[in-house]
Design a protein around this ligand. Structure first.
Ligand SMILES: [Zn+2]
Length: 303
């Protein structure tokens, strides 16, 4: 499978890619596209993290999934698809909400060479940023909204996302409100994968707007950056225990206190509730946070 890549990149670089341990956080549009390109380049070790399940509305851009995967957990559907491409690949699945604790455990449990951000919210990116500084793991920021995208490689750990943004930007736009189309996703991911292939430490970031690509130097470390200069990892101490509207159609995230050993799925009318052992709840199909809360309560009241 790798003969063409070896012709272009050389055998030793392809061998290095093969040995990389890559942690993909978020298996939505970006995570799918990264995994698909990287496995075809010979990457053999993936740790994939996502708590979500596949919905029909995902199929327009999340390229690892098919109609038969609907209602399956994304990490397991992605694993099956990736193994059908390259059966000798090691894929460790974490069907978990991305929290400070879950990511901390994952990063401690595996030797990871690169974290790829495939998430859809800035708060999680700030957590990834601080964990990457704590463990000195390079990471790749990727974002896509509408027909615009951004790729920022933090490969050197000598500056960070917090140097660029003082605080989590307050943006109302999500992929469910603005939309997102496959060419933009693939454009963003293709730049990210090129940076990985070339092990590019030149500290440039990339902005995409339709067919326009702008390359700019990543600003130097800010001397007052609380994360990479002061080592004050404040985003690793913040609780996220409240109802969160996730990027997607009618998806809400809540929490529960039930003691369970494995993932449980419940249907309440048109609403699907998934309970995770770590206390996280994903609610698909509710039209509001209140409706999600009521559906979760109705499960509890039956027990
Ligand atoms: Zn910084």
């Amino acid at each position: 499978m790798l003969s063409r890549a070896k012709t272009l990149l050389g055998e030793s670089r392809v061998d290095e890619l093969t040995r990389m341990n890559i942690c993909l956080i978020g298996m939505g549009a970006l995570g799918c596209a990264y995994a698909d390109q990287l496995i075809r380049l010979g990457v053999k070790n993936f740790i994939i993290v996502d708590q979500d399940i596949v919905e029909s509305s995902n199929l327009g851009r999340q390229t690892l999934y098919t109609h038969g995967d609907i209602h399956q957990l994304k990490v397991f559907a992605a694993r099956d698809r990736l193994l059908s491409i390259a059966p000798d690949t090691q894929i460790t699945c974490y069907p978990e909400h991305v929290t400070v604790d879950s990511l901390n455990d994952i990063l401690q449990a595996h030797p990871i060479d690169l974290i790829i951000d495939g998430t859809d919210n800035f708060h999680t990116r700030f957590v990834i940023n601080q964990l990457s500084l704590k463990y000195q793991i390079p990471w790749l920021y990727s974002a896509c909204i509408g027909r615009k995208g951004t790729v920022i490689p933090f490969f050197n750990n000598d500056r960070c996302l917090h140097c660029l943004f003082d605080y989590v930007p307050n943006t109302e736009d999500t992929c469910s409100t603005v939309g997102i189309i496959p060419p933009t996703v693939q454009f963003v991911v293709s730049i990210g994968v090129q940076l990985i292939i070339d092990n590019d430490h030149s500290d440039n970031m990339y902005y995409i707007d339709r067919l326009n690509l702008t390359k700019l130097p990543i600003p130097n470390r800010r001397e007052d950056c609380v994360s990479c200069h002061d080592g004050n990892f404040s985003y690793m101490e913040q609780s996220t225990d409240h109802i969160i509207k996730r990027c997607g159609d009618n998806i809400f995230e809540l929490s529960h206190t039930k003691m369970i050993q494995s993932i449980e799925r419940h249907q309440v009318g048109d609403i699907w509730i998934t309970l995770f052992p770590n206390g996280r709840v994903m609610c698909h199909g509710a039209r509001s946070g209140d409706e999600a809360t009521r559906a979760l309560s109705s499960i509890k009241s039956k027990e």
